[in-house]
Ligand binder design. Sequence first.
Ligand SMILES: Nc1ncnc2c1ncn2[C@@H]1O[C@H](COP(=O)(O)OP(=O)(O)OP(=O)(O)O)[C@@H](O)[C@H]1O
Ligand SMILES: [Mg+2]
Length: 610
Amino acid sequence: MKINVLPKHLVDKIAAGEVVERPASVVKELMENALDALSRRVVVKVGSDKGAEPIEVIDDGEGMSRQEVLLAIQRHATSKISVDSDLCAIRTLGFRGEALPSIAAVAEMKIETRQPEAPLGVRLVVEAGVVKSVEESGVPKGTRVQVRRLFFATPARLKFLRSATTEWGHIQQVFERIALSRRDVHFQLWRSGRQWLNAPPTGDLGQRIGQIMGWGLAEHLYPFEADAGEVRLYGMMTRPDYHGVTGRNILFFVNGRPVRDSSIQKTLRSCYQGYVPKDRFPAVFLFFELPFDQVDVNVHPAKLEVRFANPHRIGSLLSETMRRILKDAPWDRRAIRYVASPLQGDSVLSAREVRETVPAFSAQSTPASPESETTSSGYSSNAEEKLIKDFNKISQRAVDKEEFGLEKHTLTSPPPGRFADLHVLGQLHDEFIVCASADHLVLIDQHAAHERVAFERLRRAFSTSGIAQQALLIPSSIELSRRDAEVLQRYLPEIRSFGLDIEHYGHNTFVVKSVPALISHADPVSLLKDVAEELAEGERSRRVEELRDRVCARMACHSVVRGKRRMASEEVRALLEEMDKVDFTLSCPHGRPVLAAWSLAEIRKRFHRT
Ligand SMILES: Nc1ncnc2c1ncn2[C@@H]1O[C@H](COP(=O)(O)OP(=O)(O)OP(=O)(O)O)[C@@H](O)[C@H]1O
Ligand SMILES: [Mg+2]
């Protein structure tokens, strides 16, 4: 074995890999440098190919002298820290002295910079780590960094660049986060000569969120604030009934730095539990401010994560604050109480009986027999399998355990009339329909069942006659975020084929003129918002047909009343009959389990009656 000490240029390329992952990383590092240089205005310009060439960040900050700019491109050269103790209380976004040399190692970089008091500035050109020229030049005060041919020097990395749309999506995300973190600074984003976003300074966080994320979202936000000694927490959150498809509007900032933090995320999600449906996400913008020595920012190569000296205190401040506000519900003074209630009509248990009997089953999972698989939802898939077998006596197909996993949501189709044959005992918590068959206790999630039925109808309509539209009496207008608006515009013809007739009204505003007739009672504004989000989220990785199904599923969600609702017995009957028409062999993209079942044998076993 021969051990080599690697040459400098190779070391630099390897190190660059940690910092510069894609065009968005360049944007991030350059924007951070601009903010660290105390700029009041930061302009980001990118191209529209997948390397986003040329990437340009222009600021009006402190600038650099000739010596400084030559130092700045050296590895581990920084003006931000100098002694050990500085590392314990970092106040700037950068501190490692790695960003510029890393970018310079893998691209062509031009820096033009002038300090405010200097009559002349300097222009420096570096290519793949080699300085090509450095000269005096009459340039505006501040710094302008231009990056071209990213990764030309590292073909391995080049291969990993995704489509222009994907890379652009990442750039927007980076820009959004940084622009949200500093509302005292004027930010602009341009793409191929078109201004994409313009966010002049504002003292108001709601305004800044509106500028960046769209006014449609901003108008649903409520401010909050809390103090716990040295830690201050403030931000804005949506009321719980305003939620989105993804968690991308949950953003955290620690001392002005956008960060990711899975434990904050978890705490936040747990606070919203019970307020927001499981598969939906609120929008929350959280800002923590605490002494610099209480956070370690030197834990992640791209500085995306931080570590708190006292994470417990942060977590409890967050959860106390969130829970208090969600409970106080400043948006709604009416307290809503849900009680279990029986269905009207024959053969029902009293509310009390339902409450007392059924939760005993749902509180704990059935003890699994050796060969049974318990799904993550805690239900035994064996029991369900058995139920379907019962339902599906005419089916000759062998029962494939995998296929019946509750999570996978692919039950074989019960022959007509089977769900309708169930004996309905009542409704639990206005959420579940409690039924019995000859030898099973069956719980049906009414929301999931409705959704599934609507999904099938939409998909059937889509693939046969096309989805019929119903015109709205009063067209509704909706303002989306810049990003969602862009995606929507690109998919206009497809969206119309879903029965959603929309028109672009300029800027980020759209007008919904008709909705699919099958879900005509849905709120057109939130429907369109979700469809846009689903497309934005889905287009990166999914095939067209899958995207179509996801949109159908998303629309199906809107056909259903969310949360708890008392159902009349005729309505329950109608639902069960509809469920018989659903082809459960097809998978539903939002496949939540529709039903859970326990065999009488299992129930007996639980009571030691075997
Ligand atoms: N836009 C700018 N305006 C003024 N000075 C800058 C600018 N960008 C970089 N510099 C100077 O160049 C130095 C090196 O920048 P670089 O981004 O490589 O490292 P850093 O910001 O110190 O640390 P990090 O690697 O964590 O970003 C900075 O410390 C700063 O002094
Ligand atoms: Mg930096």
